[in-house]
Design a protein. Structure first.
Length: 301
């Protein structure tokens, strides 16, 4: 697939209340969100014309803004409608949807109380994040960067500033030949990868870190619901780096990654197996359901 630059392509974006041609969607270079990371966003996927768990994403977007002390001037219903409108305007039934809200350019200082709040939503085709490696397993390096303690960052918000650490870790991982990187937290406990939550199969049980310093992902919660429906025991706990040697299967869960097997984390090797395969297939089936059907399978976020 030919990669197009994001600033120069045909299509439509939703910006501050209306659809605008893709190339005309602009913000000022002195926008507060650009300089001070006063921005929040969501990553969503559409399947067969339905944006998976759209309401949960719109709700989290609004709450993320509130955590950063600003109110997005649109309701959940309005954001849902705008997301569907931009998907339709771009002729997509399957693809990626990106809402982002940020503080504007009225004031450029650490204080941002005098700024307006903007909302934009884009949508574009995006195939599987890891492609053919989803089941055979990706290689994951170990990042030098760590997730900060919860009293130093707004960890319950999907805030742009928190992704600087992920971006640094991802770039280095790719330079070293890995697909992703594992982040530990400030205590040295296993946290997540750069854009997805992580699960380990140990003694037939599904273990995953407690999300006390990173985002409790919507896909993460979907996978936990699917595992419990399959009578799998799910253990949310603090996971030591030494526990990596005990795992027999490892996989990632996230909107972009969906469910993706891991075959390597640093010196540790894993064989994607039946639990990963079951949850991958169940998740792939779940995202094809209607929103009403999805709601009967997974609990609200």
């Amino acid at each position: 697939m030919t990669l197009l630059p994001f600033d120069d392509r045909d299509g439509w974006l939703w910006l501050d209340g209306s659809l605008v041609p893709w190339r005309d969607a602009r913000l000022h270079v002195l926008s507060h969100g650009l300089h001070y990371a006063s921005a929040v966003f969501e990553g969503e996927r559409a399947y067969s014309g339905n944006i998976f768990r759209l309401r949960d994403h719109s709700r989290r977007l609004i709450e993320s803004g509130r955590i950063l002390s600003f109110e997005i001037p649109y309701s959940e219903d309005e954001i849902d409608a705008a997301s569907n409108a931009v998907l339709k305007a771009n002729g997509l039934t399957d693809g990626y949807v990106r809402p982002i809200a940020w503080r504007g350019s009225e004031q450029l200082a650490v204080s941002a109380t005098g700024t307006s709040i903007h909302l934009a939503i884009g949508a574009w085709p995006w195939p599987s994040y890891f492609g053919a490696e989803r089941m055979q397993g990706i290689r994951v390096g170990q990042a030098e960067w760590r997730r900060p303690p919860p009293n130093t960052a707004p960890i319950k918000a999907k805030a742009s500033g928190l992704y600087m650490i992920a971006s640094l870790a991802k770039v280095k991982a790719e330079q070293e030949g890995y697909s992703d990187a594992l982040l530990l937290d400030w205590r040295g406990l296993v946290a997540e990868t750069t854009g997805a939550n992580i699960f380990f199969v140990m003694n037939g049980e599904l273990h995953t870190p407690i999300p006390d310093c990173f985002l409790d992902g919507i896909t993460r919660r979907s996978v936990i619901s699917l595992a419990k429906r399959n009578q799998m025991k799910v253990v949310e706990r603090q996971i030591q780096e030494s526990d990596l040697a005990r795992a027999t299967e490892v996989f990632l869960a996230g909107t972009a990654a969906e469910v993706t097997a891991v075959r390597e984390i640093g010196p540790h090797r894993y064989t994607p197996g039946p639990i990963t395969e079951t949850l991958m297939k169940d998740y792939d089936s779940l995202v094809q359901l209607s929103p009403e059907q999805v709601a009967r399978v997974v609990a609200p976020a």
